[in-house]
Write a protein that binds this ligand. Structure first.
Ligand code: PLP
Length: 451
C-alpha cells in the first residue's frame, strides 16, 4: 500500500531494486540506503521512522511556501474537479492559464509580454534554444545559432539543457550538442588570484566579448547564465560582472538569457534575481518556485522585442508540449503567487528574514576555522570551506568534506546541500526567526563535527 507501514529496510530494498537516483553512484547509495521521507509541514520533513529534519534547501530550491499548504491543495483539488486537463494546442485556451499569465506579468518589469509554459526548468531551457534560434531566423539572421553558457553553470539534465550547462561530468555522459560554447564562471574566491573582486568580475565578463569575437557576433544567438550560480556552488558574481555582461550583449546584439529557475520567486528578496543584480535580460527561464514545487511547471518569459517578432512576423511556431499551461499546475501557480503576495513574503525576505539569516551566519561562521567566505542575499547562502583563509587555499579533499558535512547535517536533523567545497542553504520564504535560528544552530553542529 502507498501509505502502509513498511520497515525501512523493506522500503530501501524496493527503492534500490527499481530506481536509478539522481547524481549519485547507485552502488554507494544502495550500501547506505535512501532516506524515506513521508510527510512535511512548513520547513519540517519527517522520515518513515518519525525523525524530523529542518529542510534548509526548500526541497530542491522550490518549496517557497514550505510544506503542508492547504490553500495549494485546495486550488489543485478544485481545478481537478472542474477541468483536470486541457491544452493550448491549435485553437484552445482556458481561464487558469490566462489568469496565471496576467498575474505573472503584473509582477514582471514592463518589457516582458509573453510566456511559453513547460513542465520543468530543463524543458524551459530546451524551448529557449529553439525559440531564440527562431527569433533570429525571423530577424533575417539565421546564422545566429550559438548559445554561450558558463563552465559549472547548471541549466538542467536533458540533452540540450545539460549541454548549455557547464558541468563537464554531465557532458561526459553524452550531454553535448553543436553550437554551444562556454566561458569561465565568476568565482572570485577560487579563481580570482590577486585581482580584486571588481577587477575579476570585469575580467570574467570580458571573456564573453572575447568569445563573441572569436565565434563571430553574426553567429552568436544568446548568452545564458544564472544570476547567481546555484548548483555550481551558489556563487554570487562580483558587482562589476552583470553590468558589463549586459553592455557586451547589447553591443553585439546577443540575447541575454537569465536562468531564474532557482533565483526567481523571491529567493533574493526581489521577485526575480536579475532585479537583485540590476540587469535586464531578454528572456527568463522559470520553474520551481512558480508552483512552490507542488506540481511541475515551468515557463520561458520573452521580452516584447522577441514576442513581437514571433507574433507579427514569425508565422508558424513549430513547438508544443501536451502539458504546456496545464490547468491544475496553473491553478496551483496562481494560489502560490497570491499567497506570496498576500503574506508579503518578498519584502519580508528582503527586509527581515533575509538580513536575519545573513547576520546569523556571519555571527556564527566568520571566525570559524573551516569557513573562508560567507556569500548570499535574502534566503540563499553559501559557506566556503577553506584550508587557509589568508591565501584562500582550498582543501584538496573539499568535496569529501562538504559531503561529510551534509551527511552530519542529516544526523543533526537539518538538510543542507554540499557542492564543490561549499555548503548551501536556501530555506522556504515562510521561514520565521526561530526556524532560521534552528537552521543555523544545526548547521553549526554539522560544520563543527566536519572539522
Ligand atoms: N536551471 C537551474 C538554474 C536549475 O537550478 C535547475 C534545477 O536545479 C534547472 C534549470 C533544471 O530544472 P528541472 O530540474 O526542473 O528540470
Amino acid at each position: 500500500s502507498i501509505n502502509g507501514q513498511r520497515s525501512t529496510q523493506d522500503y530501501q530494498q524496493a527503492d534500490a531494486a527499481h530506481h536509478i537516483h539522481a547524481f549519485l553512484d547507485q552502488k554507494a547509495l544502495n550500501a547506505e540506503g535512501a532516506r524515506v521521507i513521508v510527510r512535511g509541514d512548513r520547513l519540517n520533513l519527517w522520515d518513515n521512522e518519525g525523525k524530523r529534519y529542518l529542510d534548509g534547501m526548500s526541497g530542491l530550491w522550490c518549496t517557497q511556501l514550505g510544506y503542508g499548504r492547504a490553500d495549494l491543495a485546495q486550488a489543485a483539488a478544485a481545478q481537478f474537479a472542474k477541468l483536470p486537463y486541457y491544452n493550448m494546442f491549435f485553437h484552445t485556451t482556458h481561464p487558469p492559464v490566462i489568469e496565471l499569465s496576467e498575474l505573472l506579468f503584473s509582477l514582471l518589469p514592463a518589457h516582458y509580454s509573453h510566456v511559453i509554459y513547460t513542465n520543468s526548468g530543463s524543458e524551459t531551457n530546451e524551448v529557449l534554444i529553439r525559440t531564440v534560434r527562431k527569433f533570429w531566423q525571423v530577424e533575417g539572421k539565421p546564422d545566429k545559432k550559438i548559445m554561450i553558457g558558463r563552465w559549472n553553470g547548471y541549466h538542467g539534465s536533458t540533452l540540450a539543457a545539460s549541454a548549455l550547462g557547464g558541468m563537464k561530468f554531465m557532458h561526459e555522459m553524452g550531454g553535448v550538442i553543436p553550437d554551444v560554447a562556454h566561458i569561465e564562471e565568476p568565482y572570485w574566491y577560487a579563481k580570482g588570484g590577486d585581482l580584486s573582486p571588481a577587477e575579476f568580475g570585469l575580467q570574467c565578463a570580458r571573456q564573453l566579448e572575447d568569445k563573441i569575437l572569436e565565434l563571430g557576433a553574426d553567429r552568436v544567438a544568446g548568452f545564458i547564465a544564472e544570476p547567481f550560480q546555484g548548483a555550481g556552488g551558489m556563487i554570487f558574481p562580483p558587482e562589476s560582472y552583470w553590468p558589463e555582461i549586459q553592455r557586451i550583449c547589447r553591443k553585439y546584439d546577443v540575447l541575454l538569457c537569465a536562468d531564474e529557475v532557482i533565483g526567481g520567486f523571491g529567493r533574493t528578496g526581489e521577485w526575480f534575481a536579475h532585479q537583485h543584480f540590476g540587469f535586464e535580460p531578454d528572456t527568463l527561464s522559470l520553474a520551481k518556485g512558480l508552483t512552490s514545487g507542488y506540481v511541475p511547471m515551468g515557463g520561458l518569459v520573452l521580452s516584447k522585442r522577441i514576442a513581437n517578432a514571433l507574433v507579427e512576423r514569425g508565422g508558424l511556431f513549430a513547438h508544443g508540449l501536451t502539458y504546456s499551461g496545464h490547468p491544475v499546475a496553473a491553478a496551483v501557480a496562481i494560489a502560490n503567487i497570491q499567497a506570496i503576495q498576500n503574506e508579503a513574503l518578498v519584502p519580508q525576505v528582503k527586509n527581515d528574514s533575509g538580513p536575519y539569516l545573513q547576520s546569523l551566519l556571519r555571527e556564527v561562521f566568520s571566525q570559524h576555522p573551516l569557513v573562508g567566505e560567507i556569500q548570499g542575499a535574502g534566503l540563499v547562502a553559501a559557506l566556503q570551506f577553506t584550508e587557509d583563509k589568508t591565501t584562500r587555499k582550498r582543501f584538496a579533499n573539499e568535496n569529501e568534506l562538504a559531503w561529510r558535512c551534509r551527511t552530519l547535517g542529516f544526523e543533526e536533523g537539518v538538510i543542507i546541500r554540499s557542492t564543490l567545497g561549499r555548503m548551501i542553504m536556501a530555506p522556504a520564504l515562510i521561514a520565521n526567526r526561530s526556524e532560521l535560528e534552528e537552521l543555523v544552530e544545526k548547521t553549526q553542529k554539522a560544520v563543527d563535527r566536519t572539522a
